[in-house]
Design a protein around this ligand. Structure first.
Ligand code: SAM
Length: 285
């Protein structure tokens, strides 16, 4: 594999900071990630941010099919040429912004009748948005193997009671199991980022352990609760876009057996689900 630095130089390109372009530069790192990802020959992969193909090419060596998207028109042109030269037939490149990607329309168009495995070394600036999008589209996704900046990876794996536990942590806990697969040190990328990265596997559950009657409302409650992190739950909820009074907030919290002066980061998923039920009952009254 030609190094990212050389390849970009040949094409007279520079890494684009605004697209979070830090490319994996060691083939052995890519191989290790693919091997820990446990891809099977039946898997259909959707890769977010193909870049120069560091994960795309080894993934295609194992999976049935890889659909790889990137927003950068110039990188798509570069990678298309590289893939043609290598005669790789089970990769389809798509010039596409993941934040505008419609999973339902995609599986319909490609006539895909199985859940996708999502992969990606995510651009750091859109990592959280992509996670929310995956949670909302998870009926099409069996699992996701994603690389994040270490700090975000630690946040999404945090447990209730610690500072790192936040809105996306709680949403993921509701519907998935997460485990770390590998730490990738900053010098393994070109250009070298300031921090290390972590590869994590997010396995979406068929059914949540504590299913909410209305998942969209549960996610609104979680967002409201974490909206004002330093406030107690009664104040965070009543001052939020749920537009409820302090009385309703206290009543719903008490009915869910949650002390109104607790803070969002102390709530388990079970408590969030109960709270979404008591809040909705009080709002509908
Ligand atoms: C961190 S690089 C990873 C590249 C490659 N997968 C690797 O590991 O070397 C992130 C890639 O995502 C692409 N990207 C950035 N924003 C995107 C978006 N909104 N939608 C799709 N791709 C995006 C960038 O152009 C870049 O190629």
């Amino acid at each position: 594999m030609t190094s990212p630095r050389t390849l970009l130089k040949i094409w007279n390109l520079h890494p684009k900071k605004q697209f979070g372009q830090n490319f994996l530069s060691e083939p052995s790192t890519s191989k290790m990630i693919i091997s820990r990802s446990n891809i099977s020959p039946d898997d259909i992969i959707l890769e977010i941010g193909a870049g120069l193909g560091a994960l795309t090419i080894p993934a295609a060596g194992v999976a049935k099919q890889v659909y790889a998207l990137d927003k950068d028109h110039q990188l798509i042109a570069l990678l298309k040429t590289e893939l043609l030269a290598q005669n790789l037939l089970n990769i389809e490149l798509m010039e596409q912004d993941i934040l505008k990607f419609d999973f339902q329309a995609f599986v319909n168009k490609k006539n895909i009748n199985q859940k996708l495995v999502v992969m990606g070394n995510l651009p750091y600036n859109i990592s959280s948005q992509v996670l929310v999008q995956l949670i909302q589209s998870r009926k099409h996704v069996t699992r996701a193997v994603l690389m994040f900046q270490k700090e975000l990876a630690l946040r999404i794996m945090a447990n209730p009671g610690v500072k790192d536990y936040g809105r996306i942590t709680a949403m993921l806990k509701y519907c998935s199991d997460i485990k770390p697969l590998a730490t990738i040190k900053a010098p393994m990328f070109f250009p070298k980022p300031k921090v290390d990265s972590e590869v994590v596997e997010i396995c979406f559950k068929e059914t949540p352990e504590y299913p909410a009657d209305d998942e969209a409302f549960l996610f609104k409650v979680i967002k409201a609760a974490f909206g004002k992190r330093r406030k107690t739950l009664k104040n965070a909820l009543s001052g939020s876009e749920l537009a409820i009074s302090a009385d309703t907030s206290i009543k719903a919290l008490e009915q869910a057996e949650i002390d109104p002066v607790r803070r969002a980061e102390t709530l388990t998923i079970r408590e969030f689900v109960n709270l979404s039920h008591t809040l909705s009952a009080n709002i509908l009254k």
